[in-house]
Design a binder for this molecule. Structure first.
Ligand SMILES: Nc1nc2c(ncn2[C@@H]2O[C@H](COP(=O)(O)OP(=O)(O)O)[C@@H](O)[C@H]2O)c(=O)[nH]1
Ligand SMILES: [Mg+2]
Length: 303
């Protein structure tokens, strides 16, 4: 939690500057516009912003908001309520539990896999990593290096190999070793959406055939620093893959954290994990109430 706090410190500071002008003694159009601007600035996205401000206006009209402290309290409450209500936990109640990691290149898939594997080890579980990103030798090496640091097996083929084949072998190894969790890395630098869909569909078919009911989690990695571009990526991947949740990475590197809300609300997907740095332990579970509270910190009301 301390790390998420740290990671969100920048978001909060930027928002504080925006909300500093929001202190008010009466409700008028200008106030709502300034709140809207602040939310848009924080990357919350247009649809979610409009919906949040509408909900706040309703509360104000009903007499539930009398001063700026109450406004901020309601803002936190309404914001938390805008996150998708689906389960934010990662399902590892299978053996092996299969986690498929997808997302655009550079969003943090491989790093997040390393972090998840480390956390699993800490919990006494045995993970196995599968190098399904066969485009670049460096991508395979990167996963192998994480495996070395974490102390778990990595199943790999040569660069340029068929992702379906390495996934098949990886799952076979996971079953043979009695691994608790198999985490599959995938490529994200496919040139067209059609190619992307084809490749991910193929990988999925291989997984389903090998282990009925898998993948148990299909997680989309979104880089918080890319702002609204993350929403476009999420739409594209949701069309291509049946996603079970989202990982928002690089929350430590942005002055805006609202993309988590935009993606969760507009695409009805739970945020499951937050990446807050490059270290193994820099991965946090997601909690909507805590997230909203930190985004709109209490101190805002006391300025
Ligand atoms: N600051 C920060 N950097 C991250 C985080 N997650 C990943 N990165 C960095 O982002 C870059 C791309 O990550 P990588 O895992 O290779 O992305 P991939 O192409 O999706 O597999 C690397 O330099 C990572 O160290 C995070 O939560 N915070
Ligand atoms: Mg990678």
């Amino acid at each position: 939690m301390a790390q998420l706090r740290e990671g969100l410190a920048k978001s909060r500071k930027a928002l504080q500057q925006q909300f500093a002008s929001v202190l008010f003694d009466r409700f008028d159009e200008d106030l709502w516009e300034r709140i809207e601007e602040a939310l848009i600035y924080a990357d919350v996205g247009v649809d979610s912003t409009v919906s949040i401000v509408e909900a706040l206006e309703e509360q104000a009209n009903a007499g539930a908001i009398k001063d700026s402290a109450e406004l901020l309290a309601k803002l936190r409450e309404v914001t938390a309520n805008h996150f998708c209500k689906a389960d934010t936990r990662i399902d590892i109640a299978h053996r092996p539990a299969v986690i498929l990691m997808v997302g655009v290149n550079g969003t943090g898939k491989t790093t997040t896999i390393g972090k998840i594997a480390w956390h699993l080890k800490e919990l006494g579980k045995e993970p196995i990593l599968i190098a399904g990103d066969t485009f670049r030798a460096a991508a395979i090496e990167q996963l192998v290096e994480w495996g070395r640091r974490v102390g778990c097996e990595v199943v790999r083929h040569e660069r340029g190999g068929d992702p379906g084949a390495v996934v098949y072998d990886g799952l076979a190894a996971a079953e043979a070793r009695g691994a608790d969790v198999a985490i599959i890395d995938t490529a994200g630098r496919l040139h067209t959406q059609v190619n992307l869909m084809k490749e991910l569909e193929k990988v999925r078919r291989v997984i389903e055939k090998r282990i009925p009911g898998a993948p148990h989690e299909s997680l989309l990695c979104i880089d918080a620093t890319t702002g609204q571009n993350g929403l476009i990526q999420a739409r594209m991947f949701k069309e291509a893959v049946e996603l079970t949740g989202v990982v928002i990475t690089k929350m430590d590197g942005t002055a805006k954290g609202g993309i988590a809300l935009a993606v969760s609300h507009e695409l009805d997907l739970p945020i499951k994990l937050i990446g807050t740095g490059e270290r193994l332990e820099s991965l946090q579970p997601f909690d909507a109430v805590g997230f909203a509270a930190m985004l709109f910190d209490e101190s805002l009301g006391r300025r």
